[in-house]
Design a protein around this ligand. Structure first.
Ligand code: HEC
Ligand code: HEC
Length: 420
């Protein structure tokens, strides 16, 4: 068998179980090769492919992650884009008790892509947060492990580390304890957020107890936990921390917009610059809510999708205050071209629909945010009256936020290699 254990020699005519075994044996963690090939009593069923009944995931993945011999430098990714570091308006936020480490985020990456996190081994975080779609999916509502639908649309995970969940940062306008993760801001930290989908009865259906037991029995996790946290013990706190570290590493900084930030937007077409002016200026007023270089929100807002909130009250479900009904937080608009459909329930299918919403369709909700009112009246929503050319320019600007490198960056990709 040893001769098969060089990836180059893993040929298509070698039976699948042996190929999987060899891939596993080739995994190097902590600089040491995981035993497998020479071990005569390795349980064969541990190497069987994980089957899936999920319609979107038909590829067969390796039974264990394939990680590079040299650890990826996740801890410094947020320092790469100098134009972010100098951006005082939106700060990179990582809690003191969970800084991003290379080993921690590596573990987080494996967890993020591991279907073992769901009860029936068929759904990973990445099932609903796909890299090629800036870590969301293209469904109005996502499909959970048993095929059930989530209540809301999946959120993209772009530069999520810049969302200041404790409300204290941003450009000083925060302060209200209203920022947090999810559309309704109900998770105060990314660490709290990370354990929610695992236990959600529709999304992954696990208990933390069975998950920690399952992972403790999975060989490839022992060295991953040990190098991330100093011992191989699997705890839900460590799972949450590692997932949060990986998500804080998902930094997008190579879009046309980013080059523009560094070149005074000389790389933009006239149309894109017109769109940028509408977005930032009074014509569109978009940046008052989707602000900073990260195009994130300081606090949840009501953007007038409905005149009355009925099925989903948004922030009011967390605060119990009717004045928060219809207020939602929104992911960064970076990579927005890739993350359709739009809004918390995925009701708008295209960017053109979104622009038309703000142009002429904002509804007179009693809690409508000030920025979208005419004469400060909630019952008279503002109409932008943009020309066709201006609407097209706004869409063209939004498309400059697409980062083609981010969605194929191998630092963020599936470590469970798809087998040939
Ligand atoms: C079945 C689909 C599904 C799975 C699996 C899933 N998510 Fe999500 N994710 C969603 C949906 C839907 C939302 C929005 C839910 C809401 O706001 O109520 C969401 C929201 C989030 C957010 C909030 C983003 C923000 O800007 O506030 C994060 C972070 C996230 N998910 C991470 C994860 C992680 C980590 C996992 C795996 C442990 C995971 N998700 C598994 C569908 C899924
Ligand atoms: C009052 C604050 C506010 C203003 C002003 C505003 N937005 Fe929004 N925007 C929101 C909120 C809140 C949501 C999410 C609403 C929901 O899903 O319930 C949103 C959602 C979006 C989305 C969809 C995001 C996603 O991930 O689904 C896009 C795109 C968008 N806005 C673009 C714009 C543009 C372009 C403008 C200017 C014409 C603009 N916004 C002005 C608050 C605002």
């Amino acid at each position: 068998m040893k001769t098969f254990c060089n990836l180059q020699t893993v040929q298509k005519n070698v039976p699948f179980a042996i190929r999987a075994l060899c891939l596993l044996a080739t995994v190097t963690l902590l600089g040491a090769t995981v035993a497998g090939c020479n071990s005569t009593n390795a349980p064969i069923d541990a190497f069987l492919p994980i089957t899936t009944n999920n319609s979107t995931a038909t590829a067969i993945e390796s039974a264990a992650p394939i990680l590079p011999a040299t650890r990826i430098a996740y801890s410094t990714i947020h320092l790469l884009p100098a134009h972010f570091v100098n951006d005082n308006a939106a700060r990179y936020v990582a809690p003191a008790d969970n800084p991003v480490t290379d080993a921690g985020a590596t573990l987080g990456r494996v967890l993020f892509y591991d279907k073992k996190l769901s009860l029936n081994n068929n759904t990973a975080c990445a099932t609903c947060h796909k890299q090629e779609l800036a870590f969301t999916d293209n469904k109005r509502l996502s499909e959970g492990f048993m095929g059930g639908q989530t209540r809301r649309h999946s959120m993209s995970l772009n530069n999520i580390a810049y969302i200041d969940a404790d409300g204290g940062g941003g450009n000083g306008r925060g302060g209200a304890a209203t920022m947090g993760f999810f559309w309704d801001t109900r998770a105060a930290t990314l660490e709290i957020q990370a354990l929610a989908p695992i236990q959600d009865p529709t999304e992954m259906g696990m208990t933390l107890d069975s998950l920690t037991k399952r992972l403790a029995q999975t060989d490839y996790y022992k060295p991953l936990f040990a190098s991330a946290f100093g011992s191989a013990d699997v705890t839900s706190d460590r799972i949450a921390k590692a997932l949060a570290q990986f998500m804080r590493s998902l930094i997008t900084y190579r879009s046309k917009f980013d080059i523009g930030l560094q070149t005074n937007f000389q790389n933009f077409t006239a149309q894109e610059n017109r769109g940028r002016a509408i977005f930032n200026g009074r014509d569109g007023n978009c940046a008052t809510c989707h602000g900073t270089r990260q195009l994130i929100m300081e606090r949840p807002e009501n953007n007038g999708l409905d005149a009355v909130s009925t099925t989903d009250l948004g922030l009011a479900e967390v605060t119990g205050n009717q004045r928060d009904a219809g207020r939602f937080r929104v992911p960064s608009l970076r990579n927005i071209e890739l993350t359709a459909p739009y809004m918390h329930d995925g009701r708008l299918l295209t960017l053109e629909d979104v622009v038309e919403h703000y142009n002429s369709r904002v509804q007179p909700h009693p809690n409508l945010s000030n920025q979208l009112r005419a004469n400060n009246q909630a019952n008279t929503p503002r109409r932008l009256n943009l020309s066709t050319a201006d609407k097209q320019a706004l869409v063209a600007f939004l498309k400059t936020l697409t980062d083609a490198e981010f969605i194929k960056d191998t630092r963020f990709s599936n470590p469970f290699a798809v087998l040939p």
